[in-house]
Design a protein around this ligand. Structure first.
Ligand code: FAD
Ligand code: DLZ
Length: 516
């Protein structure tokens, strides 16, 4: 047999399943295609990262003696779509099957599955770069009425032995989240991320992306993503040595001028396959075992990678395609236009969007509690918001973006990602950030000209969705406060929220590419 192995842009790992047991004359194909670059308007840094990483990886494969075909975006014969391009190349090299590993999106997986019995058959291979497989997850979730990340995470700790002492969690607790909610002190300045050298291949890609995707939201100037495993290892070392000790404490903090704080910035390298989640978790655990990092930081980090990252992937693959259609709160508004410009007076939103534009990055609390929370409070339709998150972050892949956006942020999955919506008023943002000091609105006021819009939006959201949410035991306290509020106060804040929503420039239509 002579297979053509199609390696996708997020499958850049040398020990990957699709590169094992290859016959001698196997052709490995990597394809830059316009259709993957434009089905949502990806941030130019994201496209540049993927293309540059693909180009470097293909050079490494050639150095190892593999036969590689690289379809560059501007190759005249490029069909500009992944499946068509793989089949064209299989014909060109006289291959008798296409091998591919499970991609990061259901739409591609489905299209590939439809070709397993074709004249040129596609052979689909499981992706074993994760701690668990969709099959494992399905077995764990079977029979559970309300699957919860926390239970899954504990099972994964036991199974992997990470942060375990015999059969007990290290430090006697599974979770140190209560130590991890400090705002950033004014005098503390987190170290800057490593600045990787832009070699010829990266320069070429930056030029290509500037030419081909001029309309896409986002700047290329601050491109510092690692495009090789070697660079990704530099970022990992930087995280371990300079950031991890403070990672836990300031995990939820938000800063008006520091985009990265003590976060690792490793998600893109992990998602593309330049680093493996296992090596990263083991390296982080070692810092604790050898006394260089505190347990709250180490557990907090491992919870994200071993817990959340695996949990969202399991949910995605076991619930798609229905998951994407869920809309439990029946939200049906378009995305506010300022998500594509940052042009808003709300300081927290402005800064989160500007950081996104400049770095193709915002940390988790910004995504969840600023841009996410605001969209939740404004009843933005899942499809409109998901397309935005999928487009604007360098680490965005649908298997991880969708459950986080549709589930965690919008509560549109009815509670699979979180037992309650992460809705919050301006008070939360004021507690966790220094934005409000720079903002024209006052987080302490609920109504009036200077009131922070998050406040009235928050109460109006709770009122609007009382039928669905007030019976939730985790929301009983807040619905108690709402009930105790006088009718006049409730009417005033409802009016304030309605007037704000009325003025908001929300795209009338939503869906792929329509809301820019
Ligand atoms: P750190 O704070 O340093 O965390 C360490 C690692 O944990 C990350 O690199 C990531 O691999 C993992 N992680 C942390 N939180 C999550 C989570 N909730 N789900 C899955 N993995 C997690 N992450 C993506 O990788 N791709 C996405 O497309 C994506 N979309 C998101 C959309 C929304 C609306 C929200 C709320 C979160 C999203 N996340 C996504 C999760 C998280 O925000 C990012 O992984 C994180 O901000 C990346 O920055 P970091 O590497 O500095 O993370
Ligand atoms: C995101 C992306 C982009 C922008 N371009 C490509 C590409 O040209 N070629 C490719 O193989 N992959 C690309 N990707 C990642 C893809 O969307 C897909 O490979 C992932 O498996 C989906 O998560």
């Amino acid at each position: 047999p002579r297979p053509l192995v199609l390696l996708l842009g997020d499958q850049l790992s040398h020990d990957i399943a699709s590169l094992r047991d290859l016959p001698d004359d196997t052709v490995i194909a990597l394809c830059e295609v316009a259709s993957e670059g434009t089905y949502v308007p990806h941030h130019p840094q994201k496209v540049a990262l993927i293309f540059s990483a693909m180009r470097h990886f293909s050079a490494e494969l050639r150095d190892k003696g593999h036969r590689v075909h690289y379809s560059a975006l501007d190759d005249p014969n490029n069909t500009q779509a992944l499946i068509a391009e793989a089949e064209r190349l299989a014909g060109l090299y006289d291959c008798d099957e296409v091998r591919v590993m499970r991609p990061g999106e259901w739409r591609l997986w489905q299209a590939m599955r439809e070709r397993t019995d074709a004249a040129l058959p596609w052979r689909l291979i499981e992706d074993d770069r994760f701690f668990s497989t969709p099959e494992d997850f399905a077995a764990w979730a079977k029979g559970r009425k309300a699957p919860r990340m926390e239970h899954f995470y504990r099972m994964m700790r036991e199974r992997t032995g990470l942060l375990m002492e015999d059969d007990q969690p290290a430090g006697g607790q599974w979770n140190f989240d209560h130590d991890n909610r400090k705002p950033l002190p004014a005098e503390l300045s987190p170290p800057s991320p490593p600045q990787h050298r832009r070699d010829g291949a990266t320069q070429d890609v930056l030029t290509l992306v500037t030419e081909h995707f001029p309309e896409h939201f986002g700047d290329l100037e601050n491109f510092h993503w690692p495009v090789t495993r070697r660079q990704a290892l530099v970022d990992l070392r930087h995280f371990l040595e300079r950031l991890l000790p403070d990672f836990g404490r300031y995990q939820d903090a938000i800063s008006d001028d520091e985009p990265f704080l003590f976060h690792s910035r490793l998600s893109a390298a992990l998602n593309l396959g330049l680093l493996s989640p296992r090596e990263v978790c083991e390296a982080v655990e070692r810092e604790y075992r050898e006394g260089r990092a505190p347990l709250n930081s180490v557990e907090g980090f491992i919870r994200q990678v071993l817990g959340w990252r695996e949990y969202v992937r399991g949910l995605y693959w076991t619930r798609m395609p229905d998951y994407k259609r869920r809309n439990a709160l029946e939200a049906n508004h378009g995305l506010p236009a300022f998500y594509w410009s940052g042009d808003t007076e709300l300081r927290c939103l402005k800064r989160a969007i500007e950081m996104t534009r400049d770095h193709a990055y915002a940390h988790h609390t910004q995504r969840l509690m600023v841009t996410g929370n605001f969209a939740l409070l404004c009843d933005v339709a899942p499809e409109a918001l998901c397309d935005w998150y999928l487009a604007v972050y360098a680490d965005a892949c649908e298997w991880v973006e969708l459950p986080n956006t549709l589930g965690m942020v919008l509560h549109a999955d009815g509670g699979l990602m979180g037992s309650k919506p992460y809705c919050a008023s301006g008070k939360y943002i004021d507690r966790m950030s220094d934005h409000c000091r720079h903002c024209r609105f006052d987080p302490k006021q609920v109504t009036g000209r200077d009131a922070c819009p998050f406040n009235s939006l928050y109460w109006a959201f709770l009122e609007r969705h009382a039928d669905t949410l007030s019976g939730n035991p985790r929301m009983s306290l807040i619905y108690g406060s709402l009930r105790r509020m006088g009718d006049d106060k409730r009417a005033a804040m409802r009016e304030q929220a309605d007037a704000f929503l009325e003025r908001l420039d929300r795209s009338p239509a939503y869906g792929r590419g329509l809301h820019r």
